[in-house]
Design a protein around this ligand. Structure first.
Ligand code: 13P
Length: 249
């Protein structure tokens, strides 16, 4: 269960939320929990989560290890800040900051080389879905974002994919479990064909887009949905904790 805080929460609010998550008595044999705070809250998250089973992710990064890239952050900087994971190619990065799949590909390979686990996001827009192009878009995003990934075989099992239909993000309009399952199954088949069947079974494919306490269980019952990437509902204790405790119901 991965929390993407996006550009939200003051340090005080972040502290209160992390402390509540730590106290939630989560069964870490059943669920892995990952929190992606804004860069300015990474140090706080690391301080509070150092001795726990909760993982920390960056929300983005540059592909170079350092240099003249004003406003950017490198894979090594994320690692130093305590991150084990990084979210890459979120649809907000793709649409608002013009990040192409070619850029996502460079970042994915840089993350792997730095031993950070990339969580690579893909998903179609509403017009692409309505035009019947969902699978074409997913396929081309996978082809381009994971290009040359074969050369990095040792870390295949470390890759995480997140299917986030753009029309379901922050809209309250979640994909039905069947709609999500259909695309997740397509993604797993793509991995079988392009990377290998063992890896396809191991790779976690998360669903993101208006995940809430009242839809998480049904989503998680789908055979190819292995977890969730949660935006709005990850910002509050009373919605995030029931989501990470989905296995109790
Ligand atoms: P919401 O859960 O707010 O729809 O956001 C989903 C998302 O973009 C997570 O990365």
């Amino acid at each position: 269960m991965a929390a993407n805080w996006k550009m939200n929460l003051s340090l005080d609010d972040a502290r209160a939320l992390i402390i509540a998550i730590k106290r939630a008595e989560t069964d870490f044999n059943t669920v892995d929990v990952l929190i992606a705070p804004p860069f300015t809250a990474l140090a706080l998250a690391y301080e509070l989560l150092a001795e726990t089973d909760i993982f920390i992710a960056g929300q983005n990064m540059h592909w170079e290890t350092g240099g003249a890239f004003t406003g950017e952050i490198s894979p090594l900087m994320l690692k130093e800040a305590g991150c084990t994971h990084v979210i890459l190619g979120h649809s907000e990065r793709r649409s608002l900051f013009y990040e192409s799949s070619a850029i996502v590909n460079k970042k994915t390979i840089a993350a792997i080389n730095a031993k950070l686990t990339p969580t690579v996001c893909i998903g179609e827009s509403l017009s692409e879905r309505e035009d019947g192009k969902t699978f074409d878009i997913i396929k081309s995003q996978l082809n381009e974002s994971l290009k040359d990934f074969r050369a990095h075989e040792r870390t295949y099992e470390e890759l995480i994919l997140a299917y986030e239909p753009v029309w379901a993000i922050g809209t309250g309009r979640t994909a039905t479990p069947a709609q999500a399952q259909e695309v997740h199954s397509f993604i797993r088949n793509w991995i079988t064909e392009n990377i290998g069947s063992d890896i396809a079974q191991d790779i976690r494919i998360l669903y993101g887009g208006s995940v809430k306490p009242d839809n998480i269980k049904e989503l998680m019952e789908q055979p190819d949905i292995d977890g969730a990437l949660i935006g709005g509902a990850s910002l509050k204790t009373d919605s995030f904790i029931p989501i990470i405790h989905f296995y109790e119901n």
